[in-house]
Design a protein around this ligand. Structure first.
Ligand code: PEP
Length: 254
């Protein structure tokens, strides 16, 4: 059975004081249940502070994006080795906000995925359709293109020790959640697409759901066969809300 991963994407929120208080709150209430892992992805300036707090605990640290380049004249960018130097084990790549607001193409996202993966940082590849895509029946085509860019660049085996997050754009920050059946259908499509290329990679890869996950809908989502946890935005900014989602994971496993 795959572990469940509950990952918090803080986006561009917080301060030193808020980051410290939030991590302290999560650490104080984290479930000790086996098979449930938790991860926080703060903004770059707070990585070192949070790294100091999570050292020696079960709470893991990740970043929200990374450069595809190793080093050099890329003003404002942050490299894989810099993230590792600051205690990160995971990095989110291809979040829909970066795809739509910052123009990151699937090829750029695939390059970031490859840079992270080859250095041993676990990439969390975000994929997901807009409402227009869904209403036009293009959900699977969109996912196939986003997933396919990584497969074409690095092969299906690149998903060994990687994570995928299915995040329907229409559910992010909107309060509108995919139903467990809607999410499961896309997760099954993702796993099936990978299984056609490499059955063992498909069986092992964690596929998270993201999009307005809350304490009251988490357990039903995480109980679905191909949903292996959540990527959480808004509800990761308050320890009590994030921990309620972790309790949903515990309930889904019992
Ligand atoms: C996200 O941005 O990754 C996300 C899932 O946000 P929210 O939980 O706020 O919908």
């Amino acid at each position: 059975m795959r572990d469940l991963l509950i990952a918090g994407n803080w986006k561009m929120n917080g301060s030193s004081a808020m980051s410290a208080e939030l991590v302290d709150g999560i650490l104080a209430g984290m479930p000790a249940a086996a098979g449930i892992r938790m991860l926080v992805c703060p903004p770059f300036p707070y990585l070192a502070l949070v790294a100091g707090k999570v050292a020696g605990t079960r709470l893991m640290l990740g970043a929200q994006t990374v450069s595809e380049h190793e080093s050099g004249a890329f003003t404002g960018e942050v490299s894989v080795s810099m993230l590792q130097d600051n205690g990160c084990r995971y990095v989110i790549v291809g979040h829909s906000e970066r795809r739509s607001l910052l123009g990151e193409s699937s090829d750029v996202v695939a390059a970031k995925f490859g840079a992270a993966r080859s250095a041993g940082l676990v990439p969390i590849l975000c994929v997901g359709e807009t409402l227009d895509d869904r209403e036009a029946g293009r959900t699977e085509a969109v996912i196939a293109e986003q997933l396919g860019a990584v497969v074409d660049a690095h092969g299906a085996t690149a998903f060994r020790d990687a994570v995928i997050a299915y995040e329907p754009v229409w559910a992010i920050g909107t309060g509108r959640t995919a139903t467990p059946d809607q999410a499961q259908a896309v997760h099954a499509y993702i796993r099936g697409t990978l299984a056609a290329l490499d059955a063992s990679v498909a069986k092992a890869v964690q596929i998270l759901y993201g999009g307005s996950v809350k304490g009251d809908n988490a357990a039903a989502l995480f109980a679905m066969r191909d949903i292996d946890g959540g990527l959480i935005g808004g509800a990761s900014l308050k320890a009590a809300d994030f921990l309620a989602i972790a309790q949903g994971a515990v309930a889904a496993r019992n």
